[in-house]
Design a protein around this ligand. Sequence first.
Ligand code: FMN
Length: 316
Amino acid sequence: MTKPLFPPGRPALCLAPMAGFTDRPFRQLCLEYGADLVTSEMVSAKGLFYQSKKTRALYFAKPEDAPFCVQLFGSEPAVLAQAVRILENDLGGQLLAIDLNMGCPAPKIAGNGDGSALMLNPSLAGRIIEAAVKNAHVPVSVKFRKGWDAAHVNAEAFARVCEASGAAFLTIHGRTREQLYSGAADRACMAAVKRAVSIPVLANGDVHDAKSALETLRETGCDGVMIGRGALGNPFVFAEIRAALEGKDDSPPSECERRELALRHARMALSEKGDHAMIELRKHLAFYLRGSRDAAKIRARINACKTLKELEQIWG
Ligand SMILES: Cc1cc2nc3c(=O)[nH]c(=O)nc-3n(C[C@H](O)[C@H](O)[C@H](O)COP(=O)(O)O)c2cc1C
């Protein structure tokens, strides 16, 4: 039997795609702590189209890994169609769903007509979704924002276009492109998107603990929450929210538990990628240190480490 996309009978807890962060080790840890659905970082459809090995490495998985979602970005329907075929061929049964990025605000993405720029061109967005859906055997979802800027708030209408074009579910980040990551995510906008369509909707933005998750679910009526920054250095957040959904209290992880998980994360990442991955690992380790005693001092020592052995000597 194939795994259902969302857990039956309770809201889905999902890890947001985050460029430079949601690689295999981090996705694995989030699944272990209770995430229902995890997504790779965004992958360039054009990169796949041109057979870039570097692009393909972004969704590296091992055969024993649980199925996961891959996010694609791009703005040419034919390129997206081909990227979907390559992705399905590479990942087979490990591909749970394909998410289309229509929310990225970064100038190098949106400036190219990709990501959030597609919110300014719903008819092109619709054609991209149709092309992906036509070529995919797995569900295709869309992640988008409240709109381009305060003068172009069109999340509800955009959600309807996504649904009509064949999207299986949606994620709404309750900020405009202009806001980037500042200001509070707009839960009323998430609620309006949920009401506008009949496919499942995930609420995204500012969910970082059980309290914010329960409030977001209550205020938006969404089918689940997608967590980004709140999961960095904190895969425990999924266990905390799951416990709260069951009416239980989950005691926060101790400093020692955090350090142990950080070291496990480091061992997973370095054994997979080699010691040269230490540089990209540092940013994850800095998040595990958030709020702990002597964080700045330990961070400086960790940043000087070049191997797992050195890291274990400082922190083990
Ligand atoms: C470092 C970083 C990288 C991100 N990369 C992506 C990405 O590749 N694709 C995407 O759709 N959103 C990306 N986002 C946005 C998040 O998925 C999410 O929508 C946003 O952070 C709001 O959720 P949060 O408040 O839970 O962090 C990124 C965010 C951050 C902080």
